[in-house]
Ligand binder design. Structure first.
Ligand SMILES: O=c1[nH]cc([C@@H]2O[C@H](COP(=O)(O)OP(=O)(O)OP(=O)(O)O)[C@@H](O)[C@H]2O)c(=O)[nH]1
Length: 634
């Protein structure tokens, strides 16, 4: 299970946690989920005896908590959130269900029952997907389950469709044998009062516990692991061929759609699927058409094509980039770092911007996960603090500024470049490079800042991808601000490193140096990698260079390196990794270069073709593929 993408699926949705439990809020926000908290007003008074199992009670309570919030929000402004999460934690000793104690005596009764015994903690969870729709509207394609509560709550115009996915998790906990004195001491601490079963395993209550079998967080109030699996199941639905297989297997249908007809449910007992009865009524009469998964539900029928979420995200991707660039340019993250959290008007005042528009920008940044919005105002998220504040050690500000000022403009001419048959291999970066050469010192500096910030992320990985200690000297071709040179010098105390780059670059590189002992072993030599003779070195390094050049230039460069390299010397190449090498998490970063990333095999062949043998390939971090070859005797 890959957690981040799963949680990320909720990133652009309005998510509400229908719970007042501070533990649930903490668990989910620690997992990176962004949500609003709207505590449920549902009274936890369902008739316990009418449930076949304790967990069925917990699940139903969780569902009713979430539906109450969804309905209330929908009623209030006719716009329910996209997703409402409800949960309910109970303790079960045999068939007896213990909830939160009402007073100290109640807590004592509960803890005495648990004393020296094993018991189960169940948390029921409901994930409610909402769709506020005008039911009379044309072209209605959603065929969702109608919750038993929500839709009738609104009068005439809009109505709320919901799809509920629910599950529970069980954890076994055993208490030690505890003295009366200890129990009362614990009760008097006040801790038991808002906790299911009268104890909090995460705090003092942990001392009462001999062992725990299962998910600890489930006891605390929210089964995070199961939740993520459930999201994965909902948001990464099985492919059609898998669905076909499911139909013939006995895997249960998504809870919400359990009232399927015979043929859809794949069961022989028509009553069987209805028995669970947790999904409520059906909006549309045609049950044989009822979808089985969220994806199918959103598309109304399995015969319709899958909802093109990725494509729509792609269509809007440029807006998100522009928002990020604008926020960086306005130094929004710097202001919030020093003075945040701030209300929108205060941000606007500090930035001298329009208050209304600033608030919009702040809200979008929050939706993109760059800012956190709380009652105290807007503040940087961890990622913003780390990468978007200008003076941060890992700042990517320079990259954002450069992309905004130049790459953006170059890409707006992409259509022209394609129509007019511009060099497709160099593509946008080629044009950008030409533009860079012809422009001002400020532009060169901007380019260097961009490269510097990106190289800082990868330099250590590149320097350590292979053991390079056999080399006494290295030359980083196109080494720009010398960030990789510094990392190499730090890693290999014997190594003398030359940074070879255009004169206008080496001239400005001083501003990027931090000093330090290894600086003595680094020198900057001005020159053009395509024209001037290359400085002598045992090892040549090309980091993120090859991909920006068309084949003829690339071969020219490799053959120049090959001629300069002594037999036994090395060539180290670091380039964006191709998709099949597992870099699929960063497709956007890869497109920074216009060229198609080469596979490990292609790199190997390239180096072999230019006289290098023993070519080895390694991955460096999440982004790069690093290749090392040894120059064969000619
Ligand atoms: O070890 C621990 N066990 C349980 C808890 C906390 O207990 C409560 C359980 O109550 P409930 O599920 O009804 O949730 P509420 O707090 O009432 O919030 P709702 O808004 O969902 O009604 C829960 O807070 C657990 O976190 C604990 O802390 N430790």
């Amino acid at each position: 299970m890959v957690l981040c993408p799963v949680i990320g699926k909720l990133q652009h949705k309005r998510v509400v946690l229908a719970s007042a439990s501070p533990r649930r809020q903490e668990i989910l926000s620690n997992a990176g989920l962004r949500f609003e908290v709207v505590p449920s007003r549902f009274k936890e008074k369902l008739h316990k005896a009418s449930f076949a199992t304790p967990y069925a009670y917990a699940v139903e309570t969780a569902k009713q908590k979430a539906l109450e919030v969804a309905g209330r929000m929908h009623q209030k402004d006719l716009r329910a959130p996209d997703v409402v999460i409800g949960a309910d934690t109970i303790v079960a000793v045999g068939a007896m269900i213990l909830e939160k104690p009402v007073d100290k005596q109640d807590a004592y009764r509960m803890l005495s029952r648990l004393n020296g015994k094993e018991h189960s903690v169940f948390t029921g969870v409901a994930i409610v997907h909402c769709c506020s729709k005008d039911i009379s509207g044309p072209g209605r394609t959603l065929r969702l389950t109608l919750s038993s509560w929500a839709p009738r709550a609104h009068p005439t115009d809009g109505r709320l469709d919901t799809e509920v996915s629910e599950f529970y998790e069980e954890t076994t906990v055993k208490f030690s044998e505890l003295s009366e004195e200890l129990l009362w001491e614990y009760i008097n601490s006040g801790e038991p009062m808002d906790k299911a079963g009268g104890y909090g395993i995460q705090a003092l209550g942990g001392m009462l516990v001999e062992y725990v079998h299962g998910d600890f967080l489930n006891v605390v109030g929210f089964p995070l692991n199961h939740f993520c699996k459930e999201l994965a199941r909902l948001y990464y639905p099985p492919r059609p061929e898998d669905l076909r297989r499911v139909r013939h297997d006995s895997i249960p249908a998504v809870d919400t759609f359990e009232n399927l007809s015979d043929s859809e449910a794949g069961g022989s007992d028509p009553g069987q699927s209805a028995k669970g009865g947790r999904g409520g009524e059906q909006v549309d009469g045609d049950r044989s058409q009822a979808p089985r998964t969220l994806d199918a539900a959103l598309n109304g029928a399995e015969s319709r094509p899958p909802f093109p979420t990725g494509l729509l995200e792609l269509m809007d991707g440029f807006k998100a980039s522009k928002v990020l660039f604008t926020a960086c340019k306005l130094k929004l993250f710097d202001v919030l770092k020093d003075q945040g959290p701030l209300q929108a008007v205060d941000v606007a005042r500090k930035l001298s911007t329009c208050a209304g528009r600033t608030e919009q920008l702040l809200d979008v940044c929050a939706a993109l996960g760059l800012l956190e919005k709380t009652h105290r105002g807007y503040g940087n998220t961890e990622v913003a603090t780390l990468h978007l504040v200008s003076d941060g050690e890992h700042s990517l500000q320079g990259l954002a500024e450069y992309n905004d000022a130049h790459v953006w403009g170059v890409f707006t001419r992409l259509g022209l470049a394609v129509r007019e048959g511009a060099d497709q291999t160099r593509g946008a970066l080629g044009a950008m490079e030409e533009e860079r050469l012809s422009q001002s010192k400020e532009l060169t500096l901007q380019f260097m800042r961009a490269k510097h910030s990106l190289s800082k992320l990868t330099a250590h990985h590149v320097a350590t991808a292979f053991d390079l200690s056999r080399f006494a000297s290295a030359c980083d071709l196109g080494g720009c601000t010398g960030i990789l040179a510094r990392e190499l010098a730090q890693e290999y105390p014997r190594l003398q490193v030359t940074v070879f780059d255009l004169p206008e670059v080496t001239e400005l590189s001083g501003g990027f140096q931090r000093g330090g002992r290894q600086t003595e072993r680094i020198r900057f030599v001005p020159g053009d990698i395509f024209k001037d003779s290359l400085p002598e070195a045992d090892l040549y390094v090309l980091s993120r260079i090859l991909q920006d050049w068309p084949d003829d230039k690339l071969h020219k460069l490799l053959s120049r390196i090959s001629s300069s390299c002594k037999p036994g010397g090395g060539l180290l190449v670091a380039e964006a990794a191709a998709e099949e090498e597992g870099a699929s998490r960063s497709p956007r970063l890869r497109t920074l270069s216009a060229g198609q990333p080469r596979s490990a095999d292609e790199h190997r062949r390239l180096l072999q073709r230019h006289g290098f043998r023993d070519v080895r390939v390694a991955r460096a971090g999440d982004l790069l593929c690093v290749v090392l070859g040894t120059r064969a005797a000619p």
